[in-house]
Write a protein that binds this ligand. Structure first.
Ligand code: GTP
Ligand code: MG
Length: 195
């Protein structure tokens, strides 16, 4: 995909704050620190468009990015950060549920998991939520540079089993560090527009 144009549009918590242009949306969800913002920057070939930090829990709002004047990338707040209070977690749930339960523009969702670790219970619940709301879900295994090629199959099987993915559901390996897997993710994004 040739990125002619990519810009941050807005941060939102409530519905009335979402962009109203009606552009199709591709959302990225996953645990805090899994690499959502980095993956967005990598896919858009822009260094600092989505903010990255060493501190988990950085992204607390839904952030919308407009790409090529054609569609939006949506960076959703990360879940599962232990140091976040119960009140904050409840707020997070509300933000996510409002967005996922009723967003006409949403075409497909990428669920990001760290390739190194078995997905946690909250990843599995997230996956079930995505299916429950009727969306296509493609899994992106992030930080693929952290394991060797020889370990890929074993880690993919571990992710597939824990999440309970169907055979036809894909796991795409992405490394923002090595810039690998980008074309596979774009192919999936493009085919989701055609569905
Ligand atoms: P929250 O906004 O807190 O939910 O985090 P996030 O999911 O947006 O993660 P973010 O992109 O901020 O990345 C978290 C950390 O992982 C940063 O230190 C990144 O540099 C690192 N990271 C992200 N992607 C990769 C990758 O592909 N390879 C390696 N080695 N590190 C990565
Ligand atoms: Mg982030």
């Amino acid at each position: 995909m040739k990125i002619k144009n990519a810009e941050f549009i807005t941060s939102a918590v409530e519905k009335h704050q979402y962009p109203a242009e009606g552009l199709p949306e591709i959302a990225f969800v996953g645990r805090s620190n899994v690499g959502k913002s980095s993956s967005i920057n990598t896919l858009l070939n822009r260094k600092g468009i989505a903010r990255i930090s060493q501190n988990p829990g950085k992204t607390r709002t839904i952030n919308f990015y407009k790409v090529n004047e054609e569609f939006h990338f949506v960076d959703l707040p990360g879940y599962g950060y232990a140091k976040v209070s119960k009140t904050e977690q409840a707020k997070w749930g509300g933000i996510m549920e409002r967005y996922l339960s009723d967003r006409q523009e949403l075409c497909s969702i990428f669920l990001l998991v760290d390739i190194r670790h078995e997905p946690k219970e909250d990843d599995r619940i997230m996956y079930e939520w995505i299916k429950h709301f009727g969306y296509d879900c493609t899994v992106i295994a992030t930080k693929s540079d952290k394991i060797t090629r020889g370990q890929y199959q074993k880690h993919k099987a571990m992710i597939k089993n824990k999440l309970g993915l169907a055979d036809e559901e894909k796991i795409i390996l992405l490394s923002s560090l090595k810039k690998t897997g980008i074309d596979e993710v774009w192919d999936e994004i493009i085919s989701s527009f055609e569905r």
